[in-house]
Design a protein around this ligand. Structure first.
Ligand SMILES: C[S@@+](CC[C@H](N)C(=O)[O-])C[C@H]1O[C@@H](n2cnc3c(N)ncnc32)[C@H](O)[C@@H]1O
Length: 222
């Protein structure tokens, strides 16, 4: 096992690595990955709102600013960044995902989100979408710290525990309730990683689960 930071038991690490390796090993899982989001009108709308949130969170960034999209998956967030005039660098543990999302971007890198191969503040911003809720807490902290190190502004996507979708899961059953968090829990986690939260942006509060926390390193922090 590559990651077993203090506080993460082997079983949790094994489950996480199984999830991660599916994307890394199975090319067919990655090719056309975003077709899922481009399918039914509801999903298309939901995915469009994801990138709307990111655009809102990064409003004011200079055109052509370099933004790291990690992990990029099939590239839907990067395509949104380009619509806002930004230049994405796509990054993922899966080489197939990097290949999938590369067209039209400023470059792509295969990497581990917990150990980014970039110098401090290499990017004006970074975006981390649909990732943290699948990762054990200590690893999440490592990933958030790294994003804060390599970029000025960080946009982190969380799934809200207080949403219609999650409540439906709670009442009628469903999976992975514990991976949803409240806004104060998300803020506490980002601050525990040494970043200062500037605001949260919601897709549609209480209706959809997704929201983003916008954060940056405090002035003078090394
Ligand atoms: C559910 S997809 C989300 C992709 C994209 N951000 C989106 O919102 O569509 C999760 C991605 O995380 C990647 N991943 C998992 N573990 C990773 C790690 N340690 N470092 C970098 N990428 C990782 C997977 O390969 C996969 O592409």
């Amino acid at each position: 096992m590559e990651h077993s930071p203090a506080g993460i038991d082997e079983e949790t690490t094994r489950i996480y690595e199984g999830w991660r390796n599916k994307y890394a090993r199975e090319k067919e899982r990655c090719s056309g990955y975003d077709e899922h989001y481009a399918g039914a009108p509801g999903r298309r709308c939901s995915s469009w709102l994801d990138t709307w949130m990111v655009g809102k969170a990064l409003k004011g960034l200079a055109r052509e600013a370099l933004v790291l999209d990690s992990p990029c998956g099939g590239g839907r967030v990067s395509r949104g960044l380009r619509r806002y005039g930004l230049r994405p660098i796509v990054a993922d543990y899966s080489p197939w995902m990097v290949k999938e999302s590369l067209p039209g971007t400023a470059g792509g890198v295969r990497l581990d989100a917990m150990r980014l191969p970039f110098r401090d503040r290499a990017f004006r911003a970074s975006v981390c979408f649909r990732f943290l809720h699948s990762v054990p807490p200590a690893m999440r902290l490592a990933a958030i710290r790294e994003l804060g190190r390599v970029s000025v502004v960080v946009v982190l996507n969380y799934l809200n525990a207080v949403s219609m979708r999650n409540l439906r899961r709670f009442w009628f059953g469903g999976k992975q309730l514990t991976k949803r968090v409240t806004e104060p829990q998300a803020i506490a986690e980002v601050e525990a990683a040494g970043l200062k939260v500037t605001r949260c942006v919601y897709k549609l509060r209480f209706f959809f689960e997704d929201f983003v926390v916008v954060a940056q390193k405090p002035e003078g922090a090394s």
